[in-house]
Write a protein that binds this ligand. Structure first.
Ligand code: NAD
Ligand code: TDX
Length: 338
């Protein structure tokens, strides 16, 4: 790894903690500082057992300009995972999304500008809006920004800030937009872990609306490999698209999990649809593959699901307490205070 002192913002969440563990294991000279607010989405267990001489956790907010300034002045690269990340929550209460996703990114960019530090921005395919279910169309780096939800609108805003800071101030920044991730350490509010833990807890999985909406599932380990490549080899101002060409509709994902866990495939409830529900995401990752020399390798989705199911089975202590809280929140449609 070209960089030795890396600041990982949002590193106690799902993708960030997978990134931190992988980099510390593979790169013996790298020192990582995680800056994380430790919101409901973070779990200290995600970062347990890491080498204390090369890893430290700073609990704080990426909107705190003094703290961000201090930490970025001591770093040679920043990778930003910190975000409010759940669409359903953003529909009930957009406020923290505007603060963390937009003001937080702005705060990081200003310090990056001042100290001329390399910056990589972790973003989502949702900035491009959605595609018709019945089509083979895919988003490219040139697709227009057309976000649908408060979550994706704030992620789109943050990407635009990064692009403007590259163009106007010449910062050394890259962006990546990834499709839906799955794998170990994902919060139980998201589709795949929610479905698995519902079944483990004796509750029927929930399908929003028709269940025909399509997502492209990328294993988090493949995403992490892509992010390492983007941080090391990415060209300032470029966008990289991480997708796996593993499109599945939600109903079929839930049915496959039910099958693998030994339940009838109709043991599910259809519930109210998500307002503004994006129909289909698909990314054309060809240019990214050529430029970064990256390719997803965990493309057997059934095998990836089996491994993920097994992880949640053996880590009930990791998810049990947040499961109860999350399902209560789902019942109140995330209207209750955090
Ligand atoms: P997550 O919700 O699991 O983790 C987010 C982390 O950010 C948490 O540890 C949280 O405590 C921290 N955080 C929140 N607000 C903060 C603040 N103000 N200051 C500091 N830390 C703060 O999210 P994730 O699924 O790991 O996603 C990480 C990034 O990847 C996000 O930017 C998300 O938009 C993007 N992304 C996620 C997916 C996916 O499928 N999960 C797909 C594409 C892109
Ligand atoms: O219980 C459920 N039933 C259901 O049908 C849940 C939780 C979700 N769904 C549907 C909604 C979506 O069509 O499954 C699909 C996936 O839902 P989420 O896991 O909430 O993910 P999504 O809204 O697609 O966004 C995810 O991928 C892009 C991440 O949460 C974002 O952070 C990322 O940017």
């Amino acid at each position: 790894m070209h960089y030795q002192k890396i600041l990982v913002t949002g590193g106690a969440g799902f993708i960030g903690s997978n990134f931190v563990r992988e980099v510390l294991q593979k790169e013996q000279q790298v020192q990582i500082t995680v800056l994380d607010k430790m919101t409901y989405a973070a779990n200290p267990a995600n970062l347990a057992g890491l080498p204390s001489d090369r890893f430290r956790l700073v609990v704080g907010d990426i909107c705190d300009a003094d703290l961000v300034d201090q930490l970025i002045s001591q770093s040679d690269a920043v990778i930003n995972f910190a975000a409010e990340s759940h669409n359903d929550r953003s529909l009930a209460n957009p406020t923290p999304f505007l603060s963390t996703n937009i003001i937080g990114t702005y705060t990081l960019l200003e310090a990056v500008r001042q100290y001329q530090v390399r910056y990589h921005h972790v973003s989502t395919d949702e900035v491009y809006g959605d595609l018709p279910i019945e089509s083979n169309e895919q988003f490219t780096e040139q697709s227009a920004y057309q976000p649908s939800s408060p979550y994706s609108a704030t992620k789109a805003s943050s990407d635009l800030l990064v692009k403007a800071w590259v163009r106007s101030f010449g910062i050394n920044a890259t962006i990546s937009n990834s499709s839906n991730n799955y794998g170990p350490y994902q919060h139980v509010e998201k589709l795949i872990p929610r479905t698995i833990t519902n079944i483990l807890a004796g509750q029927r999985p929930k399908v929003y609306g028709s269940g025909q909406q399509v997502r492209d599932w990328l294993h988090v380990a493949d995403h992490v490999r892509g992010l390492i490549a983007a941080l090391e080899r990415g060209q300032a101002g470029q966008t990289y698209l991480f997708g796996a060409n593993t499109e599945r509709n939600n109903q079929s994902v839930i049915e496959e999990i039910l099958r693998q866990m030994g339940h009838p495939t109709d043991w599910l409830d259809h519930v109210a649809d998500r307002p503004g529900h994006d129909q289909r995401y698909a990314l054309n990752a060809e240019r990214t593959k050529q430029e970064l020399g990256w390719t997803p390798i965990m493309t057997d989705f059934s095998a990836g699901l089996a491994e993920t199911i097994s992880w949640y089975r053996s880590h009930s202590d990791w998810w049990a307490s947040s499961k109860k809280v999350t399902e209560t929140k789902y019942q109140s449609k995330f209207q209750s205070a955090d």
